[in-house]
Ligand binder design. Structure first.
Ligand code: SF4
Length: 544
């Protein structure tokens, strides 16, 4: 029997694509499993130098500057300012060096800024986009590596990294978090809305999955199916109980592949579908300082978002501008506890259609001294009853017994034969105060800023970054996806701020040359010569 020939593998360090790369892989240490090394120091990463990338005779930096691309420079400089130790400590100090987290984040965020969220398209972007090469240093990770990176660092991305990057963007945009405007929307979930299940169907699916798992206990696929069926059944039972408690009719439906997504009404009259409700708080430069995702409710996340904003700026919020959807007890009491000046108009009365012409509760004035309500006809509604608080109802007083029979305004007021009834809850004092504040012209003027501050955020996310539907399934993954979109969005605000500064300084220069024509002779035809103009603009950039 002849001995098998032995092939000697070259274990010398591989040549980098870019000369002068910051690190080169050391293949001698590859035998040890990942994670076996000391995770405290000596970590090495593949982080090539973008200055070494050339295009013909010019380098990449010159090419990007000549073609007027500012986005890659702003993104790269903001990423360079960040502390990456939280990301880096997750890698072993031995073995083949991974791509640097700074460069991987650069690729992901730059891609989202271009409206790319697919991992395969990101992989392609890294190879073909020159701006992306400047941000990443020219690394070419494949889609699987990008996906693993996102899963590995999901907690840091949505938490500490969001805060530190937003701090840098605030500095760049020269703005703060003293006045914030809030808004929420509904974004469709990744699951299909064609295979939703009612409780009976979910129960049947669970029984089938249980039988299959009992017949083949070692099959991992059957176990996974049983877990999914159990979570679907739990979710549909919980939602049905909630509906019963709130006195709603009908039964809930749940997606078997994504039980956390809730069937709800989409904005802009696009019907009902499974989705989530993401919310944001943005400042006057439209930088998002806080973000959250809840399956159905945008008011419950106001308090955690205020905490997040304070974590970023280190200061409490002074003023908060919210739309009528936030006019409820929880938001008002949160702003009272935190001593925030809240501006929020009253929306429609719960349960009443938006286009209702009937008098709402806000049209009735509460006379605290006499403990009566005055109606729009100037009549008094007196206290006629009191209901104690329980699991289903809040503590309330009921006012009525007005002279409604024969009232000319009755058609606009009530259809109740016994006349109009008004319920007063514990938080109604604060609501009355807020209603009065919102009547003041100064409050109206301040509130008029809200639309311009926060409404374009979701428009940008939908139209430019393509967030019309979540690509990931489950609440935690949806939170991560939304967090990544907002990181990219905040970066685009910083880029915008740089553009404004450059435009301002360029305009000053242009006026200067227009005013002092004799300098034309000294500078020659700088306006027509792109190289001279470019060198001048580079100086301006340096000043900025
Ligand atoms: S219907 Fe009754 S409560 Fe309404 S405006 Fe007339 S008197 Fe007042």
């Amino acid at each position: 029997m002849t001995a098998r020939p032995q092939i000697k593998i070259n274990t010398a360090p591989q040549l980098d694509i870019f000369s002068g790369a910051a690190s080169s892989p050391d293949h001698k240490k590859h035998d040890k499993p990942k994670g076996s090394g000391n995770k405290t120091d000596k970590r090495r990463f593949v982080a090539p130098n973008p200055n070494a990338i050339t295009l013909g005779n010019s380098n990449l930096k010159e090419h990007l500057e000549l073609t007027g691309q500012k986005t890659p420079f702003t993104v790269a400089s903001l990423l360079d300012e960040q502390d990456w130790s939280d990301f880096e400590q997750r890698y072993a100090s031995e073995g083949r060096p991974p791509y640097s987290p700074r460069n991987m984040m650069g690729l992901i965020l730059y891609g989202i800024m271009q409206g790319i969220t697919s991992l395969r398209t990101l992989e392609r972007l890294a190879r073909v986009d020159l701006g992306c090469m400047w941000v990443t240093g020219g690394i070419f990770p494949d889609h699987a590596i990008i996906g693993r990176f996102i899963n590995m660092h999901s907690k840091s991305m949505a938490g500490a990294f969001f805060e530190s990057l937003t701090r840098a963007v605030l500095k760049k945009t020269n703005s703060d978090g003293s006045c914030l405007a809030g808004d929420g929307t509904v974004i469709e979930a990744a699951c299909s809305s064609y295979n939703l299940m009612k409780q009976e169907a979910a129960q049947q699916a669970h029984e089938t999955a249980q039988k299959q798992a009992d017949n083949h206990p070692d099959c991992p696929e059957n176990k996974k199916k049983l877990e999914m069926a159990s979570s679907t059944l739990e979710a549909v039972i919980e939602r049905n109980e909630k509906r019963k408690k709130n006195g709603k009719s009908g039964s809930a439906v749940v997606s078997p592949t994504e039980p956390e997504a809730v069937v709800q009404k989409m904005k802009r009259g696009r019907g009902y579908t499974t989705g989530y409700k993401p919310s944001v708080l943005a400042n006057n430069k439209r930088v998002v300082l806080a973000q959250a995702v809840d399956p159905t409710n945008e008011t419950t996340v106001v308090s955690p978002m205020l905490d997040q904003s304070m974590q970023i700026t280190g200061k409490p919020v002074d003023e908060m501008l919210l739309d009528a959807g936030y006019f409820n007890d929880e938001v008002i009491s949160t702003s009272l506890e935190r001593d925030i000046s809240l501006l929020c108009p009253e929306g429609k009365e719960p349960g009443k259609p938006k286009e209702s012409k009937k008098f709402q509760k806000g049209h009735f004035y509460y006379d605290e001294t006499n403990d009566v309500y005055r109606c729009p006809a100037g009549k008094e509604l007196v206290l006629i009853g009191q209901i104690k608080g329980s699991i289903r109802t809040k503590e309330q007083k009921i006012y009525g017994n007005g002279p409604c029979e024969g009232c000319p305004l009755k058609d606009q007021c009530t259809t109740n034969k016994k006349g109009r009834r008004i319920k007063r809850y514990a938080m109604d004092d604060a609501k009355d105060a807020l209603r009065q504040v919102m009547q003041h012209p100064k409050a109206k003027k301040s509130f008029s800023k809200r639309k311009a501050m926060v409404e374009p955020v979701f428009a940008y996310l939908r139209d430019i970054q393509g967030l019309n539907r979540f690509r990931r399934k489950g609440l935690e993954k949806v939170k991560l996806e939304f967090g990544l979109h907002l990181l990219a969005y905040n970066l685009s605000r910083a880029v915008k701020a740089s553009f404004h500064a450059i435009f301002r300084y360029n305009r000053i220069l242009w006026l200067y040359f227009e005013r002092y024509r004799p300098f034309d002779r000294k500078w020659g035809s700088w306006e027509r010569d792109p190289v001279k103009r470019h060198s001048l603009q580079r100086k301006v950039l340096h000043w900025v």
